[in-house]
Design a protein around this ligand. Structure first.
Ligand code: NI
Length: 142
């Protein structure tokens, strides 16, 4: 009997908007991935690394959230504003820039407990119509 050192593989089926899959295929082909599965495995690994890194955000920090969203998404502007007002003690300022007719870029400057900064980023990220949210932080130490 052959010994098998390969990790056990699970098969999943996922539904994606066509434009998202087209973009993904374009990128994996540019980057030379042998298959879509390999690209998806890599994307999931990156997601896990990113999430674990975000989980380490603790203590007093200064941070920046960079967010891209579709301002035509119904109700989104109100929700994004409500979330920011919920954390007004942590948010120092925000900057809005109109990227295209539909897309907006918002840069939010924060200062406070790392776990709050992370929670804000996660709440923004979870909204439909929000395309991307990136949180960068630096600890407040001399
Ligand atoms: Ni705008």
């Amino acid at each position: 009997m052959a010994t098998n050192t390969e990790p056990e593989l699970s098969r999943i089926g996922i539904s994606l908007p066509k434009n998202l899959l087209d973009k993904f295929d374009e990128i994996i082909s540019m980057r030379g991935y042998s298959s879509r599965s390999e690209g998806i495995r890599d994307a999931i690994r990156n997601y896990i690394t990113h999430y674990q890194w975000m989980s380490d955000v603790k203590g007093e920090r200064q941070g920046v959230i960079t967010m891209v969203y579709d301002h035509n998404q119904r109700g989104l502007l109100q929700v994004l504003t409500d979330i920011q007002h919920d954390y007004m003690h942590v948010i120092s300022a925000s900057l809005h820039s109109h990227i295209t007719h539909n897309k907006c870029l918002e840069v939010i400057l924060l200062r406070g407990e790392g776990s709050d900064l992370k929670t804000i980023a996660e709440r923004l990220m979870a909204q439909r119509g929000v395309e991307s949210v990136k949180l960068t932080t630096i600890p407040l130490r001399d």
